[in-house]
Design a protein around this ligand. Sequence first.
Ligand SMILES: C[S@@+](CC[C@H](N)C(=O)[O-])C[C@H]1O[C@@H](n2cnc3c(N)ncnc32)[C@H](O)[C@@H]1O
Length: 214
Amino acid sequence: MPKLLTRARRLARDLGVRYGVLPYKRQWVLSPEDWDREYASGKLGFYGSFRERGRYGVLHAYLTARTEPVRLLDVGCGVGLLLDRLAGVPIAEYVGIDPSAKAIEAARTDRGTAGSFHVAHLPDPALGKFDVIVCNEVLYYIEDLPAALAKLHAALNEGGWLLTSVLRHPGDIALHRAVAAEFDIVDSVLVKRQTPPMTGWTVSCYAARAKSAI
Ligand SMILES: C[S@@+](CC[C@H](N)C(=O)[O-])C[C@H]1O[C@@H](n2cnc3c(N)ncnc32)[C@H](O)[C@@H]1O
């Protein structure tokens, strides 16, 4: 009975966070060293697996809609998997950043010189501005999301896009609301896998706000 009560409480709390009644709290808190260990263990190899392709498919569809070659920033790029999935996308330059030195080392080894990779949480202004910033399964690890979103916005060119993929989890609606407070939503779709494990991702395209509107 107490177990049932605990589960009911957790469910109520999760629903409260999901629908924005309770504040969004990061579910997973990992340091760069934790990520280094995860990457070194090989446990994260599944990011490149067939069952993760759905979210990449939508990101790819959005990216191919760009008509001019883009400078693309991949925030939380991990080992740079996105770079391998850009066929047909007009790309001028790919830049990946990730706080995990292990992931960046693997990205540099595996992806050669097709892009550049840097150990960082957020873009350094020295990297210049970008036409598209991708946050592929990373926003829910960021401690101060509004501050990070403002920094990402500052790194976007006028007419630029922020593309996000967010695993469905308690609080994701509040998280999307935080992004929509900083960027203009263009489109958003739910990619829901119907075979176990039944994961779902919300993949969204946001536009940089016109400077006059900020
Ligand atoms: C779930 S993995 C996604 C990796 C890659 N984008 C993909 O889809 O395969 C999350 C990545 O975000 C990075 N990360 C974690 N916290 C971050 C933060 N605060 N800022 C930027 N990246 C972060 C991790 O090191 C990790 O590589």
